[in-house]
Design a protein around this ligand. Structure first.
Ligand SMILES: NC(=O)c1ccc[n+]([C@@H]2O[C@H](COP(=O)([O-])OP(=O)(O)OC[C@H]3O[C@@H](n4cnc5c(N)ncnc54)[C@H](OP(=O)(O)O)[C@@H]3O)[C@@H](O)[C@H]2O)c1
Length: 275
């Protein structure tokens, strides 16, 4: 599946662990290594069968490196580890708000694929959007895509700007959806349902609706209208949404979130360049 000698994942936190679990679950046929600076985290990771845990990064010829460390520490990481990278070392970054170019320049490799995955990756239901520039080889792109596919679905974009928009849609999406699910749960408990019952109903409604939208192929607003009997209960609810301008609020939240991703990219880029 992934034609590299080893897959070396730097950072064994939430996202790193999701990728590790996905890889180990698919019998990758090559060594999976995680480099993790936290001793407590290394102890936890050591329990995973088939995983090599290391405190320091080493990069051998043919290795594929996945960067899953926080973007704030990347500048220092690059300064300390740049000597380990060659101009051809393939790298997949899952770091939010760091451009492929700034990572490539900081590490001295031209082979950087930038992606934005999301937390449902932990249950292999992730949605990752990735960008591979024209200088990235087909082999590196295919390896990166295969890696992202172990944690869910992936979508390639030709314009890196879209990764910032995808950071709002996919990266932040699980938080936005959970925020709304929480309102459903809150209403259920206010009505007298137990917390568990409220949670079960809300989760099934969201999961079931997602499956219906996907499998029917119908536009979401068509499915919305199909539930809205004139003067019925759903119509009353949607009228309340419209009165509160809910759709405009959601659109404004997504615009603000994508804007923040661009701000962070500019900030980190300055840090990588200045440092
Ligand atoms: N979680 C998400 O929803 C999500 C979505 C899209 C993208 N991402 C990106 O994924 C990356 C990781 O996020 P996360 O949520 O997995 O964060 P996390 O849980 O904090 O994991 C990061 C891990 O990297 C370790 N680390 C820090 N510096 C290191 C170094 N120099 N060498 C080796 N390990 C190091 C940290 O150890 P310490 O705790 O000891 O510092 C921590 O265990 C971030 O860049 C984030 O932007 C996350």
């Amino acid at each position: 599946m992934i034609a590299a000698t080893r897959v070396v994942i730097v950072g064994g936190g939430h996202m790193g662990l999701a990728i590790i679990r996905g890889l180990l679950g698919r019998r990758p046929g090559r060594e999976v290594v995680v480099v993790e600076c936290s001793a407590a985290r290394r102890k936890l990771l050591a329990d995973l069968d088939g995983l090599t845990v290391a405190p320091h990064l080493e990069v051998a010829d043919g290795d594929f490196v996945v960067l899953a460390i926080p973007p704030q520490v990347f500048g220092d990481f690059a300064k300390a580890e740049r000597h380990l990278f060659t101009p051809q070392t393939p790298v997949l970054s899952v770091m939010a708000g760091l451009t492929a170019d700034s990572i490539a320049r900081a590490l001295g490799t031209s082979q950087v694929v930038r992606s934005i995955p999301n937390t449902p990756s932990e249950v292999f239901e992730g949605m990752s959007v990735y960008y591979a520039g024209p200088q990235v080889s087909q082999e590196t792109t295919e390896q990166a895509e295969a890696l992202l596919k172990v944690i869910g679905r992936s979508l390639r974009v030709d314009d890196e700007e879209l990764v910032d928009d995808a950071t709002a849609i996919c990266g932040g999406g699980p938080a936005f959806v959970s925020y709304i699910v929480d309102a459903f749960c809150q209403f259920a408990t206010t009505c007298g349902f137990s917390e568990a019952a409220g949670r079960e109903m809300a989760v099934q409604v969201f999961g079931g609706t997602a499956a219906l939208i996907e499998q029917s192929g119908k536009p979401p607003m068509q499915l919305c209208r199909e539930v809205m009997t004139p003067n019925g209960t759903t119509e009353r609810g949607i009228t309340a949404f419209d009165a509160a301008e809910l759709k405009s609020s959601i659109l404004a939240a997504l615009v603000a979130s994508a804007q923040r991703s661009r701000e962070l990219a500019r900030h980190h880029q300055r840090e990588c360049t200045v440092g």
